[in-house]
Design a protein around this ligand. Structure first.
Ligand SMILES: [Zn+2]
Length: 166
């Protein structure tokens, strides 16, 4: 979830797009069509599936980040309810049903992606791998490894703060 979504060429005429000003490369302009393109953020849900003092990590078999342990996550489709997207992503990745228990927070500004983090508990189904995930494991809160995405450090710090409060 680190791609740069800036458009480089006009979708109408194919002419090279130029940033409208030097401070904001996400708004570009086609001189030929006099057409301005706004690069919208992507929205992704991250789901921290909790069990007692543990959370669920998955090893992803697709980019990004191939082969790295990470939190369960996925993009929200346009028009899709965000909570439904979170539940769908968990089902797609590890084949279990979860119930969302809490909204942890929203993380934005460091990448083109806005991340919405939920806590959830496993309600039914048996964990299994999928075409997106080659492995999964429960890790103790004290043993959560460094995770690959730009917001992960903050997400885990906040999660641990909340967990220690409860
Ligand atoms: Zn154009």
């Amino acid at each position: 979830m680190t791609q740069n979504f800036t458009n480089n060429f006009c979708s109408k005429c194919g002419y090279k797009l130029l940033p409208i000003d030097s401070l904001n490369s996400q708004v570009t302009h086609c001189k030929k069509c006099n057409f301005t393109i706004y690069a919208d953020p992507k929205v992704a849900a991250v789901i921290i599936v909790k069990k007692q003092n543990q959370i669920l990590l998955v090893k992803r078999s697709i980019e990004p980040p191939l082969g790295k342990w990470s939190l369960l996550s996925g993009y929200v489709n346009r028009g899709e309810n965000v909570e439904s997207a979170a539940i769908r992503e968990v089902k797609e990745e590890v084949n279990i049903d979860v119930s969302i228990t809490e909204l942890q927070g929203v993380y934005s500004g460091l990448s083109p992606v806005v991340i919405i983090v939920f806590h959830a508990i496993h309600t039914s189904g048996v964990l299994s791998v999928s075409n997106e995930v080659s492995d999964f494991k429960w890790v103790n809160n004290e043993e959560i490894p460094n995770l690959p995405f730009v917001y992960d450090k903050q997400i885990i710090e906040d999660y641990l703060l909340i967990s220690n409060r409860n």
